[in-house]
Structures are given as C-alpha cells and as structure tokens.
Design a protein around this ligand. Structure first.
Ligand code: MD3
Ligand code: FE
Length: 213
C-alpha cells in the first residue's frame, strides 16, 4: 500500500496497516445500494449454496459482475454463469464498482477494477465461520466490503487458524478495504444478533467486491 490519503482520519479505523475501516463511508448511497441489491436479486435470487461436505452455507448468497463465487458439492470457484438460472450473473452495477474503486483508492490501492461482487445476506443467528478467501487468481488485488443493515461482529485472525482473532463491529454504511499481507488472513463474522435496521429490516447485507481473475 503506497500512501493512504483518506480525508478525515476520524472516520477511519484500522485492522492493520493494510486494512482500513472507512466508517459510514457508504451511508449517503445506502438506499441506492439496497435498491440495486434488490434488482440483482430479482435476476439471480439469494440462495443457500451447498459445500463439498454436503452442508449448506447459512448466509444466503447471490452475485453480480462478470464472475460470481459459487459453491456446490464439487467445490468452491468463480463462474460466469449462475447455476440457478444458467445465465450470466447480473451486470456489475456502476454504483458498486465506483464505490469500491473510490474506497480502495482512499485506502491507498489505486485503480482497483472489481469484476465480481458476492452479496451475502445474514439474518438472526446466522454467521460465517473462520475461513480464508483463496479462490481468486491474484492476491495482490484488495477486497472491498460494504456492510448494510444490522451490525455484526467481524473476526479477523492470522494466516493460520491458531492465531488470536481481533473482533470489531461493522455497522451500516461501513466500508472495509483489505489488502497486502492481510489478503489471506482467516476471517469470519459472529452470528447476527436480533435487531432491525430501518432500511434493511432484520438482516445484514454485505457486498464483497473483488477482482476474481
Ligand atoms: C479479510 N464475508 O464473503 S466481508 C466472504 O461479512 C466473507 O459477509 C464476510 O468473508 C461478510 O468471503 C466478510 C469482509 C472480508 C472479505 C474478504 C476478506 C474480509 C476479508 C479476505 C481477506 C481478509
Ligand atoms: Fe471471506
């Protein structure tokens, strides 16, 4: 990461020198982002994907962009086709792509061109256990995540499962940019607590923008 040049340090929190939380960064765009998520989900619905172990991922997922992340009994991968519709994933919305590029730039990662957006939806008691994201081709690109709705506790571990985990709350509108040596860290979220967000209801929506290949 070269120079970081976020305007207001008071709105920045850090997981590390390479991963910044831009607090409330997306608040002005929240209704536009949520309308766009709904539009994506009308074309490629949220679903619970199966894993190679035969279990189901408890967060509901869909994708937009050239590539979508999928899991099924044969494994995890990116694919241009939604297996549920046998069509391309919905196009990457301009508002997602532009937000991700601007956030990455503000965090010091210039020219981030995302081509995949995984959308996760969590409801009460649903979380995501510690894992690494390793299905992308090039780990030098950052990942940008946008949290909407009910707050959740995000867990940030090390490069092995054994290392201690840092916990931070991610709230509506928070944008996180992860990169450099953090890209392969274990991470997850605690089960969502009961709550209602005025715009989102009893759920949390997370957008994860990546460059898949
Ligand atoms: C840190 N999603 O979809 S987003 C995932 O809140 C995922 O839905 C979580 O983990 C969620 O894979 C966390 C933030 C995130 C995404 C990818 C990372 C943090 C990351 C990759 C490396 C390090
Ligand atoms: Fe992940």
């Amino acid at each position: 990461m070269k120079g970081m040049k976020v305007l207001k340090n008071s709105n920045v929190d850090k997981f590390s020198d390479h991963s910044l939380i831009l607090r409330h960064y997306a608040n002005d765009l929240d209704s536009q982002l949520l309308n766009t998520v709904n539009h994506v989900a009308e074309q490629s619905a949220f679903r619970n994907m199966q894993t190679p172990s035969g279990r189901f991922i408890r967060a509901a997922m869909t994708n937009c962009g050239k590539y979508g992340w999928i899991s099924d009994k044969s494994g995890y991968r990116y694919d241009k086709t939604d297996p549920k519709t046998n069509k391309s994933w919905p196009e990457m919305p301009e508002v997602f792509k532009t937000l991700a590029k601007r956030a990455a730039n503000d965090a010091g990662y210039n020219n981030f061109e995302s081509n995949a957006c995984l959308i996760n939806r969590y409801t009460e008691k649903i979380g995501m256990s510690l894992h690494q994201d390793k299905d992308e081709n090039d780990f030098t690109h950052p990942i940008v995540s946008v949290s909407l709705g009910v707050s959740i506790i995000f867990l940030f571990g090390g490069l092995t499962r054994k290392e201690k985990v840092m916990a931070k709350e991610l709230k509506h509108g928070d944008v996180v940019v992860w990169g450099g040596p953090d890209r392969l860290r274990f991470h997850g979220v605690r089960p969502l607590k009961r709550g209602v967000h005025p715009l989102v209801g009893a759920a949390r929506i997370n957008l994860t923008l990546r460059r898949a290949s």
